[in-house]
Ligand binder design. Structure first.
Ligand code: FES
Length: 157
């Protein structure tokens, strides 16, 4: 079930009007902005965007579900992406995954109860020579070892 979220409708309204001139063709860009702001697209935002751009909610919903970049469930303030691709795997990525899961008491694909972290396993982060690789928000950490994980996560409160 979706958790209550402080969706700033005024801000969304201004964004749609000023940046996108209420243009229905800007739907994907509007959804990208919302997704970047909240780390997901709240249901309330889908409804609001549909109304504001005069697009059927079903269309907005199908676009939002079609693109993997959009998340419809609440996600944490910080997104931890950990690579389990082949190059990282042979360098011990599973140990890093286990450490993250045990520190946060969640499994990959889940969000901590305090909504601070969402942990995701990914297939490749594009810097295979530097594995194991962990990305937190936009920061990439390379050659990560088990005992680095606490210090890395401490930076993201
Ligand atoms: S396999 Fe891990 S970054 Fe490519």
């Amino acid at each position: 079930m979706e958790q209550a979220h402080d969706l700033d409708l005024m801000r969304l309204d201004t964004l749609i009007e000023e940046k996108f001139d209420n243009n229905p063709e800007a739907l994907i860009m509007v959804l990208q902005e919302v997704n970047a702001e909240y780390n997901y697209v709240p249901q309330e935002a889908l409804r609001y965007v549909a109304e504001k751009l005069d697009i059927p909610l079903s269309t907005v919903y199908s676009i939002a579900t079609f693109y993997k970049a959009f998340h419809l469930e609440p996600r944490g303030k910080h997104i931890i992406s950990q690579c389990l691709g082949t190059a990282c795997h042979v360098r011990g990525a599973v140990r890093i995954k286990d450490k993250i899961e045990s520190l946060l008491s969640i499994k990959a694909g889940e969000t901590t109860e305090d909504m601070r972290y969402t942990f995701e396993s990914v297939r490749c982060l594009g810097c295979c020579g530097l594995g194991p690789v962990v990305k937190v928000d936009e920061d990439v950490y390379s050659n990560v070892e088990r005992d680095h994980v606490d210090k890395i996560l401490e930076k993201y409160q």
